[in-house]
Design a protein around this ligand. Structure first.
Ligand code: NAD
Ligand code: MG
Length: 343
């Protein structure tokens, strides 16, 4: 079964152009959505907490910033782009009391709705437009005339007009230039968490660290280890992104391809798949969500400890030194500060 996909011609920009949109939060996704909407001719304001450090940035970009309650009170579409772990409290305290009947709540990840941390009232639409890329890429691609693919779904269609709204919004942020895939809050939430935990973030990070440790413990230079198990990863991933695993194997030497076949399965053994199934089960039964939220609401002690431990792995020091010496280094994101635990 092929997923249902939508493109620019399936979406009517005038739907979202006739609405007032409030983007709550001005971080990675928030700044990209707000600026892309504005550039698509949509009336948009940014809702931020009093004294938020993002206020100046949003105002400098020419956007109107309002206190969250005020932004919500005047909006037809409320876009919730605060971090997932604060959305429930934010919703209860500052969104729900001011939400207009007949308005729409739009998310970019299904976490809070799917796991029940936010219960939207009857009479509002609950929808999602989730870019499949970081917010900074969503903005850069839009400015370049392209777009990042998005997932689209409708959890609650009180107005009967939720689908035209979702597609129109996806078009306004550039998503339908690339393509919008129809899914559900459940599927988006569970597959997103699984992907980032087992492969994209968790799996890859652990694989790189083990590879680095193995070479360094065997007496090789850390800089060499960094190049072989970390730097070149991007080149491999770019090829996979262009033409699948087959293109990566086609482009590498026969030696590399043969080593891939005989050693890949020795490193990533079938019990890794069993562990992946355990991770998926914990996502599906809500225990990952609970562990994350319980830690967050009690001061994020575990989260901050793990972040600090990750940043003190020796590969981070070697990587910083190596990257500073080479011309490929690019600082595209002025708000990212390498090596700062406190970011
Ligand atoms: P972020 O951490 O970059 O930014 C969140 C912004 O929310 C902050 O910049 C601030 O303006 C505001 N904020 C922070 N704390 C707040 C609080 N306590 N109350 C009110 N506002 C607060 O967040 P993000 O990564 O853009 O994530 C936003 C949503 O987008 C999440 O649901 C996330 O899952 C989803 N998403 C993110 C990405 C990504 O690439 N970052 C990709 C797809 C979906
Ligand atoms: Mg994801």
């Amino acid at each position: 079964m092929m997923a249902e996909m939508f493109h620019d011609e399936d979406a009517d920009l005038s739907v979202i152009q006739s609405k007032k949109v409030a983007v709550i939060g001005y971080g990675s996704q928030g700044h990209a959505h707000a600026l892309n909407l504005r550039d698509s001719g949509v009336e948009v304001v940014v809702g931020l907490r009093e004294g938020s450090s993002s206020t100046v940035k949003a105002e400098e970009a020419g956007l109107t910033v309002l206190p969250i309650a005020e932004a919500v009170a005047q909006a037809d579409v409320v876009v919730v782009l605060a971090p997932d772990q604060v959305q429930a409290q934010l919703y209860t305290e500052e969104i729900a009391p001011h939400l207009r009947p007949g308005s729409a709540l739009l998310f970019s990840h299904g976490f809070n709705i799917h796991f029940g941390y936010i219960n939207a009232p009857d009479g509002v639409d609950v929808v999602m437009v989730a870019p499949k890329g970081p917010g900074h890429t969503v903005r850069r691609e839009f400015e370049a005339g392209r777009g990042v693919p998005v997932l689209v779904c409708v959890e609650q269609d009180s107005s009967g007009q939720a689908w035209p709204l979702v597609l129109s919004y996806a078009k306004a942020i550039g998503g339908t230039r690339a393509g919008a895939i129809k899914t559900t809050f459940r599927e988006e939430t569970e597959t997103d968490l699984f992907g980032e935990q087992s492969v994209l973030c968790g799996g890859v990070s652990q694989l790189i660290q083990y590879g680095f440790e193995t070479l360094v413990e065997a007496g090789y230079q850390p800089e060499m280890a960094y190049f072989e198990v970390c730097h070149e990863l991007k080149l491999i991933v770019d090829l996979i992104n262009e033409g699948g695993i087959s293109k990566q194997r086609w482009s590498c030497s026969d030696t590399a391809e043969y080593g891939d076949y005989v050693s890949g399965p020795r490193v990533i053994t079938p019990d890794v798949k069993d562990h992946m199934k355990d991770v998926l089960a914990d996502i599906q039964n809500g225990s990952f969500a609970k562990r994350f939220m319980d830690d967050q609401t009690s001061g994020a002690e575990e989260f901050l400890r793990l972040r600090k431990a990750g940043e003190s792995h020796p590969i981070e020091t070697t990587g910083r030194e190596v990257r500073s010496l080479f011309a490929w280094r690019q600082d595209l994101d002025s708000d990212y500060h390498e090596g700062s635990v406190a970011r």
